[in-house]
Design a protein around this ligand. Structure first.
Ligand code: NAG
Ligand code: NAG
Ligand code: NAG
Length: 806
């Protein structure tokens, strides 16, 4: 029986832990068996010279085959500690050297260190006999020096701790001789010292002790019961001292292994031989059965080469009197390729980022085949066409490495089937599928669906209306592919673009915040940025062009005559005017463009409907016929100016005419009746004074020039030109050549939209002067127009003729 207290004492003695070598990253320790869980075997971090923190490298202990994990590692201290009781006897039985193999796995990069833990025997088992009592019968005629072999004692321990010797309690007849077999086992033989006399002593009991070499020593005893017989007797003898046989593993139960034979020269019951195993029954013994009478050895249990590659059994042959002889039986088990390779995934970086370089190790594979020799030679390969390969590493380890870069957006996961085939006949193979996921890296910027966007909106669009929407896609994963839209800073009509527009950060829909005025600007551009939520984020920009379309929102503006004009600013029409003469012109502009600014002029009411007509688009008022004496002196026209928009807007004005040849009439007509009486008195006083003076002067002049009594005809003072005071022009127009607040290009457009195409520039030029010289050609140099047209090149020389009105 193992004595626990003693075993503990021994631990102290054996706790000399040896680091045998650490070449190639391997390390060996030597420890006594039966160490308590949690005991420190050694500091592996120090022994392997690690400078990193073990937890950073996910250090862990693993095992080869499907063996148990006997060790574990303390990640903080780097100590290798006992995780499971190691009993040398159950681990290695009688093997002289008992080594437990464990592996230390480190990741990033993957590394493997083999740890060999040699488990040393401690004397925890005492020698033991198969039975407590052994019966043996000896004839009284046996001579001095006759030998009688005894059953062996067994000790599970090995070497020094196994059975070392036997002692016999002192007695009159026998002494003990200890003998050693070829395999080192020791057994005892009784040697007859004093001849027996049946009449004197019929039976006796001897006490034999077996002791081991441990310290303290352990022992086991057996009682030998000797019966003294009358008859003559011979012990049986085995035909061989050692029997050898070989047996393929997996042989079925009842397969005959071999037959052992012993002979006894006695007859009758003394010659009847009984065969049997001479060992303490254990699992090993259960594998075979020995027929007690025939000596046939047959398979009785499962024979597995991988568990036990050879058996060494002690057999005995005894006759009816208990005299026996002993032999060894060695059965070698022959390996059969009955184990397929087993693929172990020792380590795997999963998921792996898609940006790993080609050749990056992503996992360690270990392939085990429990068979031996050729049966355990394994070839390993990947079945699929995937960008991974296996690189053989130490022993039966393989590194799984990438062969090219990965792209999660193309292939997001791989099923890698590894197939291992051994070289037995027939070969066995197995496969294992490793599922590997590729982790996203923010490597794709958002991409807009279109290279650029255009939006067409009418001016006066309601704030809050949808202008357009932009969309960008990003194939990355989750936040790396989540697109957020924003406006990039920019200017619209020298205001920040954010005053005019907003973009929905999630949908990319762009809304207006303000309406646009076509008359202020007709198009603008801004940029939208699509950014993903990765870190660092990636972005791309797109330009959105907005084109504003005109709405007929400006009524024609009449420049001449002034809309609120009064009857005293009448146009003079001479009596002699012929039909078709230009007598006046209505001038109007419209802030809109195109059709919305195409003006037409209509007379909607006139004093004499047949007298005047107006050019539909020129606004020129002409007489339709010669003026006659009968026509009324005062003529009024109500002119409507209308644009050509979808819902036309119009303005009206009144043009007053005064048909007369006489300036005095004009003066009288234009005379202000509203003057107050004070000024009238002054006026009459002045008139009286002037009359008196004139009278006097006339008298003198008459006297002096009585000889030259010649009188002249009155002359026509009015020359008929249409003189439109510059004051009627709106400020914009007067400022064209100066520091205009509007851009010149706009002004240019505005002029072109006025009714009379030929006279557009006349307004600017001729009305800046107070009167229009008749029959004169204006020559403008191209540079003068360049100011109006902006910087346009090659402006042709423009020549304009102002048509005389009469
Ligand atoms: C890998 O195998 C799993 C489970 O069988 C399957 O759902 C998945 O679609 C496979 N992936 C590929 C890339 O074949
Ligand atoms: C996004 O990409 C970054 C690297 O660019 C990576 O670290 C992160 O895990 C990714 N996120 C997701 C949800 O895949
Ligand atoms: C988009 O525009 C912003 C601001 O001008 C700039 O910082 C960014 O680099 C641009 N992105 C790209 C992809 O051009």
């Amino acid at each position: 029986m193992p004595n626990n207290r003693d075993a503990m004492d021994y631990r102290g003695l054996y706790l000399i832990v040896l680091v045998v070598h650490s070449v190639y990253g391997d390390v060996s320790y030597s420890i006594p068996e039966e160490m308590k869980r949690g005991s420190v075997i050694g500091n592996i971090a120090k022994d392997l010279g690690f400078t990193f923190r073990l937890s950073d490298r996910k250090a862990r202990i693993d095992t080869e085959d499907d063996n148990d994990r006997y060790c574990s590692i303390d990640l903080t201290t780097g100590d290798l500690i006992v995780a499971k009781r190691m009993d040398r006897e159950s681990l290695c039985a009688k093997k002289p050297s008992c080594v437990v193999q464990q592996e230390l796995i480190l990741e990033n990069p993957l590394e493997l260190h083999r740890i060999s833990v040699r488990v040393n025997d401690i004397n925890d088992n005492a020698p033991q006999f198969k039975e407590d009592l052994q019966k043996i019968e000896i004839g009284e005629q046996a001579v001095k020096g006759a030998r009688f072999p005894l059953d062996e004692a067994h000790d599970a321990d090995i070497a020094e701790n196994a059975v070392q010797s036997y002692t016999l309690e002192p007695n009159e007849h026998f002494t003990l001789q200890v003998k050693t077999k070829g395999n080192g086992r020791k057994y005892g033989e009784l040697v007859l010292h004093n001849e027996l006399d049946r009449e004197d002593k019929q039976e006796m009991t001897l006490l034999i002790s077996a002791v081991d070499g441990g310290s303290p020593q352990r022992s086991g005893t057996v009682a030998i019961h000797v019966t003294v017989l009358d008859a003559n007797d011979n012990a049986p003898v085995f035909s061989q001292a050692v029997y050898q046989a070989s047996l393929p593993e997996n042989s079925p139960v009842d397969t005959l292994v071999m037959t052992v034979r012993a002979s006894d020269s006695d007859e009758g019951i003394n010659g009847e031989i009984v065969y049997g195993f001479d060992h303490v029954s254990d699992e090993k013994g259960n594998a075979f059965s020995l027929n007690p009478t025939t000596g046939e050895i047959r398979v009785a249990g499962s024979i597995d080469y991988e568990k036990e590659s050879s058996y060494e059994l002690q057999i005995s042959a005894k006759d009816g009197l208990g005299l026996g002889s002993y032999a060894s039986l060695i059965i070698d088990i022959v390996d059969v390729n009955d184990n397929a390779p087993v693929i172990h995934q020792k380590s795997l970086s999963n998921p792996i980022p898609e940006d790993v370089l080609a050749g990056t190790e992503v996992g360690i594979i270990n392939v085990q085949d429990r068979d031996s020799q050729n049966n355990r030679q394994v070839r390993c390969f990947i079945q699929e066409n995937v960008p991974f390969k296996l690189i053989p590493s130490i022993k039966n380890y393989y590194s799984l490495v990438t062969t090219s870069t990965l792209d999660r957006e193309l292939v997001s996961d791989y099923n890698i089937t590894i197939r291992a085939t051994d070289e037995g006949t027939p070969p066995l193979s197995s496969s294992k599928t490793i599922h590997l996921t590729v982790a996203d890296v923010n490597d794709n910027p958002p991409m807009f669906d279109e290279p650029s966007y255009s939006a067409y909106v009418t001016e006066n669009i309601k704030p809050g209306s949808t202008l357009c929407s932009v969309t960008a896609g990003d194939p990355d994963w989750r936040q790396n592919g989540t697109v957020v839209y924003s406006l990039l800073p920019g200017e619209v009509n020298s205001s920040p673009v954010s005053l005019y527009l907003s973009v929905n950060r999630d949908t990319g829909v762009i809304h207006t915040l303000k309406s646009f005025d076509y008359e202020l600007f007709r198009s603008f551009k801004f940029q939208v940025m699509a950014r993903d939520n990765g870190s660092p984020p990636l972005s791309s920009n797109v330009t959105v062009s907005v084109f504003i379309t005109d709405v007929n929102d400006n009524t024609p503006q009449i420049l001449y005559p002034t809309p609120e004009g009064d009857a005293f600013k009448s146009e003079l029409v001479p009596m002699v005017t012929h039909g078709g003469s230009l007598v006046s012109k209505v001038i109007a502009v419209d802030g809109d463009s195109g059709q919305n600014a195409w003006l037409s002029y209509h007379i909607i009411k006139s004093t004499d409907p047949g007298l005047f007509s107006i050019g539909l688009h020129s606004g020129e008022i002409r007489t339709q016929r010669d003026i006659s004496e009968t026509d009324s002196m005062k003529q009024n026209l109500v002119v409507s100016v209308k644009d050509n928009g979808p819902s036309p807007l119009s303005a009206t004005c009144v043009v007053y005419f005064l048909i007369s040849d006489n300036l005095a009439e004009v003066a009288e007509f234009n005379h202000h009746p509203h003057e107050d009486s004070d000024s009238k008195v002054t006026f009459y006083l002045i008139i009286a004074l002037v009359c008196i003076s004139t009278f006097f002067l006339t008298f003198i002049v008459l006297m002096l020039s009585v000889r030259f009594c010649r009188s002249r005809k009155p002359r026509l003072l009015f020359d008929g030109a249409v003189a439109i005071p510059s004051a009627y022009l709106p400020p914009n127009y007067a400022e064209v050549d100066g520091m205009g607040t509007l851009r010149s290009a706009y002004n240019y457009d505005a002029y072109l939209t006025t009714g009379s195409r030929t006279s557009d520039f006349k307004f600017v030029e001729s009305y800046n002067g107070n009167t229009m010289p008749a029959d004169q050609t204006l020559r403008k140099s191209p540079t003068d127009f360049a100011e109006i047209f902006g910087d346009s090149e090659g402006t042709p020389e423009v020549s304009m003729t102002v048509t005389p009105l009469i």
